[in-house]
Design a protein around this ligand. Structure first.
Ligand code: ADP
Ligand code: MG
Length: 371
């Protein structure tokens, strides 16, 4: 099959690697000069709203999927009118807008952090007072890796700086986001952050990977650890299945949660393969990339079990010496071929071990090499 992919970053590259191995070929639509996925397929260089390029992608490919969720809605609909776009434009619309997304989750009975919609400084001032405690302002659209977010102090503690709902702080937060439509969320004092990667096929068959624990640094995913038997597995799995059913979703979907008082609070979803699922490449019987390709083609889905204890470390900003990484047993090296830049995800390392003690010691050795 000839698979069209909107976006040509490292996620596209890894989708391509998995798909080429199964006999498929790819065209990636991406405005960048030489995106990572160009190494594994044809690169259609155009903006995501270029009508002619979208038309070509839809007509020349057997089906179209994506690795980047901020595809303009008009572009998604243009493709869906000519060919099969998976996931569908409705699922994308929900995932692209934090207000739609939260309302969708609430409609399914899933708990989200208390939030208010923000369209002005006044909304922030009132929202801070209404939510109580520290909060976090996020743009409704286009946020990733902690970008498009500003934290606001607990008004009770910030009283000396202007009183509850400190208007100065609200105004500067609003300015920091350039007045973009936003949501204000109550800051969650979570015990940990977890996510679940799930996949649904064209016939509605669904499979779910183990719930994983994520640690972030500066808003960017730093480490994912996958263990089977997380006590919250069943709850996360139920949420994922519910979301996929409701959206008539096809492909891989990821959902991020906070664990607060031992319970799941849903944060956001990504309608695509996800960084917190990279461990599955080499760490599970079938990677999220292979399963996404199988799902969109209509092939049976693969087993999602981990092959042992697994962790994934992101390589952000600079790359360590691959030889030093690979000297640690059970490791795999992934380099996306991107130009190094501070805060940029350049690659990742997966490490597997037969038990948790061995995993911890391998992680200690890796941490001495990976900054
Ligand atoms: P992004 O789209 O950038 O991934 P997120 O909403 O996932 O946006 O926020 C990035 C990170 O910021 C989260 O993984 C979490 O560590 C922190 N964060 C976001 N919202 C909250 C919140 N309400 N309470 C506490 N931490 C939060
Ligand atoms: Mg996130």
């Amino acid at each position: 099959m000839h698979i069209g992919v909107i976006g040509g970053g490292q996620l596209g590259q890894m989708l391509g690697l998995a798909g080429v191995a199964m006999g498929h070929r790819f065209t990636f639509l991406d405005p960048a000069m030489e995106p990572p996925a160009a190494s594994v397929g044809r690169h259609l260089r155009a903006e995501f709203d270029d009508a002619e390029a979208l038309e070509r992608l839809a007509v020349e490919c057997d089906l179209v999927t994506l690795e980047f969720e901020n595809v303009p809605q008009a572009s998604a609909e243009r493709i869906a009118a000519r060919n099969c776009l998976m996931p569908n434009p409705q699922a994308l619309a929900v995932a692209q807008d934090r207000v739609e997304e939260k309302q969708f989750f609430e409609g399914l009975g899933l708990s989200v952090a208390p939030w208010v919609q923000v369209d002005s400084v006044r909304d922030i001032v009132q929202g801070v007072a209404h939510l109580g405690g520290a909060s976090i302002l996020k743009t409704r659209r286009f946020g990733y890796d902690g970008k498009g977010q500003v934290r606001l102090a607990d008004p009770a503690h910030a009283a000396h700086e202007g009183g509850p709902g400190n208007p100065g702080e609200a105004a500067s937060a609003w300015e920091a986001l350039a007045g973009a439509p936003a949501v204000l969320e109550k800051l969650q004092h979570f015990e940990r952050e977890v996510s679940i990667v799930a996949v649904r096929g064209r016939n509605g068959e669904a499979r779910v990977y183990p719930l994983v624990t994520n640690e972030h640094r500066h808003g960017i995913l730093w480490q994912t650890t996958a263990h089977t038997g997380d006590p919250l597995q069943a709850d996360a799995e139920r949420a994922a299945r519910l979301v996929m059913e409701k959206l008539d979703y096809v492909g891989v979907l990821a959902i991020e949660f906070f664990v607060v008082d031992g319970r799941l609070v849903i944060n956001e979803m990504a309608p695509r393969v996800h960084n917190s699922g990279h461990w599955s490449l080499g760490g599970a019987r079938t990677s999220q990339f292979e399963n996404h390709i199988r799902a969109v083609i209509g092939w049976p889905l693969g087993e999602t079990d981990p092959i042992g204890e697994v962790a994934m470390l992101n390589l952000v900003g600079t790359l360590p010496d691959p030889a030093a990484v690979l000297a640690v047993p059970g490791t795999q090296w992934h380099d996306y071929g991107k130009t190094p830049r501070p805060g940029r995800k350049l690659g990742h390392v997966t490490v597997t071990a037969p038990d948790r003690t061995a995993l911890e010691s391998r992680l200690d050795r890796l941490r001495a090499v990976i900054r």
